[in-house]
Design a binder for this molecule. Sequence first.
Ligand code: ATP
Ligand code: MG
Length: 126
Amino acid sequence: VTIESLPCIEGEPTLLRQAIANLVQNALKYTRPRDGARIDIGAYPSPGEHVIFVRDNGVGFDMAYSDRLFGVFQRLHRPDEFEGTGVGLAIVQRIVQRHGGRVWADATVGAGATFYLALPSVKEAA
Ligand SMILES: Nc1ncnc2c1ncn2[C@@H]1O[C@H](COP(=O)(O)OP(=O)(O)OP(=O)(O)O)[C@@H](O)[C@H]1O
Ligand SMILES: [Mg+2]
C-alpha cells in the first residue's frame, strides 16, 4: 500500500474518514486473489477541487455496469466470490455529495479499479 501526501479537505472528519475507509476496504477485499496486491492512494489538484483516488490491481469490474456501483444493495460480484452487502459505495457517494463533491470509478475486468473523490478545495462563503 502506498499513500502519497494528501490535501487538506474542509468537512466532517468522521464522515470523510468513513468514505476513505470504505474505498480502502474494497481495495483490500477485491485484491484478495492477487499475489502481488497493490493499493495506491493519492491525490491531484483540479480547478476548484482536490481529486483523491484509491487505485488497486484487483479483480476489477465491467464498466458496463458502472451505473449500479453506487446504488444501495447493488453488487457486481457474487457473494460466494466476495462477501458484502453492497452499501459501502452508496455511503461513499452520500458523504461526498454532502460535501459538495463527486465520486466516480474506472475499472477493467481482471486489471483493477480506481475510485475518485472530487472535493471542493475552498469552502463557499456562507
Ligand atoms: N475495488 C473494487 N474492485 C472491484 N470491484 C469493486 C471494487 N469496489 C467495489 N466493487 C464492486 O462494486 C460493488 C459495490 O461496492 P460496495 O462497497 O458498495 O459493496 P460491497 O463491497 O459488495 O459490500 P459492503 O461494502 O457493503 O460490505 C461490489 O459488490 C463490487 O462488485
Ligand atoms: Mg464495500
